[in-house]
Ligand binder design. Structure first.
Ligand SMILES: [Zn+2]
Length: 446
């Protein structure tokens, strides 16, 4: 009875909001596969130094809109899978057009609330020494399936849901620490709890575990224009990387707040390392030179979230336009191209976002008499911790300006029949801000 009341309450407060942005459900032969809405995911992670194994248990409540087999994702197939307490089998499936892969279940479920329970191993970007565990949940938006699904069962980018992690490091006496953008508490030595807010998606989480003392840390704070004192943690393996980091970080935060409004996150965590960087929500792993670009992404990409591969170009275009000095230009300087007319199943951002996308933003800026930042500030205010799509951006831009940008979008954003990115070499190269790192380079960051 209590359970039914709770579920009814959940049903009222959680009405498939994110499913509006999900791709279309599909069939493979006669089996129907359905995108679902995660309500909550609780992860229990154990890093056992003695056996050099990292394992998880995931308990996920979700709401399924119609009968069928639920779609979610995890790269390394789970060791055990249960749904509503019954054993099941996880299966890998391809999206229509073979754009990407997902994971689903052998069984079919009715519409309504259900609970997954999975166990499995975490192998990616996870390493052990004789007395310590190191794990970094690094991500990328330029390669398919490179968000949280590399490590834990999760939903696609369109879904926002609360997550928690109970993290234990066992088989060692060496004390560990976690850098994260969730609310961290240390229950006892090497036993941690992290709560992530319900506006996070699979691309938002920042998680980096290592033994204590491995990194140089510089902590300071930023007085936001809204009066909050924002705590900032920067860390790196070398003190050289942290040279003048406080000055540089505060300079960028002041710039961004003056352009787009108050910092939208409770804190900032920045790991200064590697080449280029990757954005998380109020967190980043970044080289010194990419810091401005990555912090811009805490506004656009991980403040306002993209929903899929057809909306990811927006934040890269905005961040690159900002990097190039907020330019205004009378023409985008390219003929028709495709930034957002790919398959709805595509999950990666086109690398043209950095070049053509940024040039298109400069073009819009001129059309708005140099007030693109005013428009973006309004979008940030209205959509912070929510999601935008290319269609939402266009509609809001038309409303804001009183002009009709449909023709420009048809040409410069939706404007070619190129449905796939043929230039694989270019996609691999990524952008100077987000170069694709090798497996070894990713491990070296741990
Ligand atoms: Zn970027």
């Amino acid at each position: 009875m209590i359970k039914i009341t709770m579920l009814m309450l959940l049903a009222v407060t959680h009405v498939f909001a994110n499913l509006d942005h999900a791709p279309k459900n599909f069939k493979i032969e006669s089996k129907k596969f359905v995108f679902v809405d995660f309500v909550k995911a609780d992860y229990f992670l154990t890093f056992d130094v003695a056996s050099e194994k990292a394992t998880y248990k995931a308990v996920i409540t979700f709401n399924q809109p119609v009968a069928g087999s639920p779609i979610f994702d995890i790269i390394e197939m789970p060791s055990t899978s249960k749904v509503n307490g019954k054993n099941d089998k996880a299966i890998q499936i391809s999206s229509p057009g073979d754009e990407t892969k997902y994971v689903s279940l052998s069984s079919t479920l009715d519409s309504g609330f259900h609970t997954f329970e999975f166990t499995g191993n975490i192998k990616t970007n996870t390493d052990f020494t004789s007395d310590s565990a190191r794990s970094g949940f690094w991500m990328s938006d330029l390669t398919d399936r490179r968000y949280l699904e590399q490590y834990l069962p999760t939903n696609l980018e369109f879904d926002q849901f609360a997550m928690s992690m109970d993290v234990k490091v066992t088989g060692t006496q060496t004390p560990h620490r976690i850098f994260t953008n969730g609310t961290l508490s240390e229950k006892s030595s090497n036993h941690f709890h992290i709560a992530y807010p319900d506006y996070f998606s699979s691309s938002s989480v920042y998680f980096h575990l290592s033994e204590k003392g491995r990194f140089k840390i510089k902590s300071f704070s930023h007085k936001s224009i809204d009066g909050r004192e924002i705590p900032i943690v920067t860390y790196s393996k070398s003190s050289w990387s942290l040279y003048e980091i406080e000055k540089n970080t505060l300079k960028v935060m002041k710039e961004l707040e003056s352009k787009f409004g108050p910092w939208g996150h409770p804190s900032l965590t920045a790991y200064i390392a590697g080449m280029g960087g990757m954005e998380h929500s109020g967190a980043t792993i970044t080289s010194r030179s990419a810091l401005g670009h990555e912090l811009t992404h805490s506004y656009f990409a991980r403040g306002v979230l993209p929903t899929n591969g057809n909306s990811g170009w927006l934040d890269e275009a905005v961040a690159s336009w900002r990097d190039k000095g907020y330019k205004a230009s009378s023409s985008p300087g390219y003929s028709a191209t495709n930034l957002a007319a790919f398959s709805n199943y595509k999950r990666t951002t086109t690398t043209k976002a950095y070049t053509e996308g940024a040039a298109f933003m400069a073009y819009i800026n001129l059309k708005l008499n140099g007030n693109l930042e005013g428009f973006l500030k309004k979008m940030y205010e209205d959509y912070l911790h929510g999601q935008w799509t290319t269609e939402i951006f266009l509609k809001e831009l038309n409303d804001f300006s009183g002009m009709d940008f449909s023709n420009s979008f048809n040409k410069y954003v939706y404007g070619s029949n190129e449905k796939k990115e043929h230039n694989k070499h270019n996609a691999r190269k990524g952008s100077p801000m987000h170069p694709k790192l090798t497996k070894q380079q990713l491990l070296d960051l741990l």
